[in-house]
Design a protein around this ligand. Structure first.
Ligand code: SF4
Length: 365
């Protein structure tokens, strides 16, 4: 895994005393730093480079998140009809990622190609408490890995040192840290008390080499997962995106076999490769040797390119069938799919988002 090091840091004075900011400054005491309450305007400067996105990531902006800090996952608001939602919540703690996954949707956010860390951690914890106060469920899942990898910068920011104790102090919600990194040192020094799940996004080793640049390798991810398991964390896996390379069937069967011979995950999610139409041309320019073309795609109503429905169902049936061979009890769910695909792939459709949420956390308890 490639470690992150910015060439310049911008600090919004409003968060200069935050422990997150202080951690960053301590780690990068030799990196030039500018205090400014304005959003760094670097677009014209970055345009000079052949890969402005890569250059943008060298600039780290530490600021406050003035928007909604905890929100519901996009599945509940997607333009796609009848998506089966799992009632997932997202804490918006960072934006952007120094890893370079060919299929990453963040590449389309060209209006802000910086690494952004939101340092108003106290407000985040208040927002989390506010959410818990309004919900009666005991199966709440809240993750940080939507607009950034949950752990890629954790040793620099120290977010997990605040979030894990917060979740450990209550019994109704689970924190999910979703990652492709092996940066787990902070986790090993915290006691999750059963309330934090560390989830690795995985693909077969050769796919990781081909599509996930700068991330931890397959083996590094699994070694980190083993360390976390020993330290008392629950482990989950996201097989997402499932990519239709020519040998996908055999590759995913072997992947599932490897995972289940070494772990008893508390949940597994499956999601077939999907991306907005213009991502393909961005990725093609940035990664000309790895075109996003494995398999045939259709344009879905939400504007995304997806594999044909019948083919997605075949992939899900194969992977889910293999999981069931090893442990039929493992809660397994589809990400961003509709009821028809659920029925044809998993043999059922969850009766409600609350029912699916309850099923997913059943093995954590
Ligand atoms: S790890 Fe996730 S957020 Fe980071 S580049 Fe890959 S897909 Fe994007």
């Amino acid at each position: 895994m490639i470690h992150y090091r910015p060439s310049k840091i911008y600090i919004d004075p409003i968060v200069q005393d935050s422990p997150i900011t202080q951690n960053i400054l301590k780690t990068f005491s030799d990196v030039p730093c500018e205090y400014t309450s304005e959003k760094p305007s670097l677009l014209s400067e970055l345009d000079r480079y052949s890969d402005p996105l890569l250059e943008g990531k060298k600039h780290l902006w530490v600021t406050q998140n003035k928007g909604k800090l905890v929100k519901k996952c996009g599945a509940s608001t997607s333009a796609l009809q009848n998506l089966v939602c799992c009632n997932y919540f997202i804490l918006d703690f960072s934006f952007n990622c120094h890893f370079e996954c060919v299929y990453c949707f963040l590449q389309e956010y060209t209006n802000l190609p910086l690494m952004v860390v939101y340092a108003n951690i106290e407000e985040m914890l208040s927002a989390l408490q506010g959410l818990l106060d309004t919900l009666s469920s005991s199966n709440i899942r809240i993750g940080t890995g939507e607009m950034a990898d949950s752990l890629a910068l954790d040793e620099i920011t120290g977010f997990s040192r605040h979030l894990i104790p917060f979740f450990a102090s209550q019994k109704r919600a689970f924190l999910e840290l979703k990652t492709k990194s092996d940066r787990i040192q902070n986790l090993l020094n915290s006691d999750p008390k059963g309330q934090t799940v560390v989830a690795w996004s995985l693909n077969p080793p050769s796919y990781i080499q081909k599509y996930d640049f700068k991330t931890a390798s397959f083996e590094e991810r699994l070694e980190a997962a083993k360390e976390c398991e020993k330290a008392g964390y629950k482990i989950a896996f996201h097989l997402d995106p499932l990519i239709a390379e020519p040998t996908w069937k055999k590759d995913y069967e072997e992947l599932v076999e490897q995972l289940f011979s070494r772990f008893n995950p508390v949940w597994v999610s499956l999601g077939a490769l999907r991306f907005n139409a213009n991502l393909r041309s961005i990725a093609q320019k940035r990664f000309p040797n790895t075109p996003l073309k494995a398999g045939e795609f259709i344009s879905a109503p939400d504007g995304k390119k997806r594999y044909f429905r019948q083919f997605r169902e075949e992939i899900y049936q194969t992977v889910y069938g293999t999981i069931a061979k090893y442990n039929r009890q493992t809660p397994t769910y589809l990400c961003m799919e509709n009821g028809v695909v659920w029925q044809n792939s998993m043999g059922c459709v969850p009766s409600s988002e609350q029912a699916l949420e309850k099923h997913i956390v059943s093995a954590v308890r």
